[in-house]
Design a protein around this ligand. Sequence first.
Ligand code: GLY
Length: 349
Amino acid sequence: MRQDVIISKDLQKELGAAIASVSPDRLFVLTDTTTARLCLPVVSSFPCLAAAQHITIGATDEAKTLETLAEVWTALGEGGATRHSMLVNLGGGMVTDLGGFAASTFKRGIAYVNIPTTLLSMVDASVGGKTGINFRGLKNEIGVFNEAKTVILDTQFLRTLDDKNIRSGYAEMLKHGLISNDEDVAELLRFDLDKINYEVLKQMVAKSVAIKERIVTEDPHEHGIRKALNLGHTAGHAFESLALAENRTVLHGYAVAWGLICELYLSATRCGFPTERLYQVAQFVRETYGTFDITCKQYDRLYEFMTHDKKNTAGVINFTLLGGVGDIRINQQASKDDIFEMLDYYREN
Ligand code: GLY
């Protein structure tokens, strides 16, 4: 059964209906320490959550561990959860990924609902059934595909989200525009992130998530077209890994935005992506995300990170590229020389 993705008009009613459709014997709400403080008060007085037991875990990706997962399993067990219980994940991607995995594995799987509270989780992590935890230093190394019963996107939570996290999520929206159509890209490049119009942002979020839903419905387990969602991520993950190794803090979406410059350059040189669009996106990314400084001495390290990407097959680095906006070319390979040239372009532009 496909998951229901709802752009919220009345969170209390929609959550009530999602819970009633399962009529769980016990109900749990999972938050992290940040969303327990900022977001839980929005829902905790809802009658549909009156009997819910609360589980709170540490915030940030550092907490996305086997130990935290065990804490959630323990809380579910001690709270009397059965296979007919339900978990509501209220938080960013860490909470929805880890909570989704906890629900998918507890007693072989209980129903769960995602209420994403960050832009990144609204347009990406909470939708499409990728769940999991980090393991042995590798991001999302252990997990399963299993969709939430319902995902409710309520953009009121974005009003308490800091600017950097808005920008981080926005990079995934830019990616969705690029794999979809020119009008969406133009709108995304025009939108004023310094003075956010939340009503307009809400409509853009709805459009963005509809793109992801369409792709995930076609290819839930990423055998083909879902790889379109990896645009910008091969180089982006390498930047993220380098940042981690060098103790530089980089939010996921920032790395994706820098990765988009790289991969649109490869798209232009190898697949005919229009250079004018490449320049516009590169300029937008520079102005919105700044730059992640690298020197040519780090190219080998970045290349090495790319060879370890879990999206590769048989050690060959796989890129998703574009022949134009919306013209998706999956499984594109590039030589080491191509990749070094791409990094030169990234540094110089
Ligand atoms: N974040 C990419 C995907 O869900 O496939």
